[in-house]
Design a binder for this molecule. Sequence first.
Ligand SMILES: Cc1ncc(COP(=O)(O)O)c(C=O)c1O
Length: 398
Amino acid sequence: MFQSKRINKMECSPIRKLAEFEAIAKKKGVEVIHLNIGQPDVATPVSMLDAVRKFDGTVLKYADSRGLPSTVDTFIKYYSKIGIDFEARDMVVTNGGSEALLFAFIATCDIGDEIIVPAPYYSNYNSFADIANVKFNPVLSTLEEDYKLPSAADLEKAITDKTKAILFSNPCNPTGAVYTHEELMEVLNLAKKHDLYVISDEVYREYVYDGLKPMSIYDLNYETDRIILIDSLSKRYSACGARVGIIASKNRELMDNVLKLGQSRLSIPTLEQVMASSILEVPEEYIVETQKLYERRRNAVIDALSKVEGVKCSNPRGAFYIMVRLPVKDSDHFAKWILSDFDYEGKTVMVAPAAKFYGIEDYGLNEVRLSYCLDEAVLVNAVNILEKALIEYKKIYE
Ligand SMILES: Cc1ncc(COP(=O)(O)O)c(C=O)c1O
């Protein structure tokens, strides 16, 4: 039976596409350590789980399309605590940051319009762009420069008459880069010059290291109606399965339009919003301790990687990912091989090949993204396995 060109054209997520090779490893009884996906092992705050357990409604009704009033109210208070002044009309609660991104693309771009994005970028952006029929114009950032935001001049070169927005995640998945006020100000000025939206994906906002303070693009107090904020509970509260995110903007016309998209899918799940309504009860220490934990893990993984011959990595300062250049020609092939043909003491590792994070032909072919949201000892062991695998792989293929 025929299928649409658009679905055939859509790529599998590089984060999940190795599932069939993982199945081969598992069939052989090999334990797979997941460095390919940002699924934290940290416990979700008990108060959030309790909020769901205590739910005593008799009917699980649809929620409002904007979000349960108690959830929207909670988010208004959450943002107020971090210095952002939103009202209910400024936001729509979404099915994760994922749906927020899709809504942002659909609301700002017509079919064939373009979005500029520093590369490498979160690879699922590609899927949302495919669904919305939007074209990405990636602008390269490099490992050598710790993936700092490309200059305004470089970003400007990528602007065409179809460009509608500049998109980035800050802290950045997959690079761990944390952009400075100055860099962001340049982007905002550029956006103003060319009348573009700025889509700031801040789902890792609290997880920054080396003494950096969590920040939002709203901290810059810039003319605000061209900014679209993407946010999510997934990583902040280790609640990826809750599927609760937010799209917010001070641009009322835009948000009225975004609400139409919200109405088309009626609402997001009610119980998860009950959970979201309890985030203000999460003790401050939860975030503080989780932040410290990730910082220790980052240090451990960088330390372990620095001892592996031929490997190069940047110095991520936020989120929980690291881009790693491997001494191989084709990281996609290596990532499959390490699952299907290799184990060390009954274990192997799953990594995310980096090419699809670049979206630029022939870039990232020898790089992988590792996620470090696992126990320190597991991470160090995983890097050890990676090292053994690289030696073995070199003997066979190089
Ligand atoms: C940068 C970034 N944005 C958005 C998302 C989407 O997250 P969710 O849909 O779970 O909120 C992710 C998930 O990994 C991400 O890394």
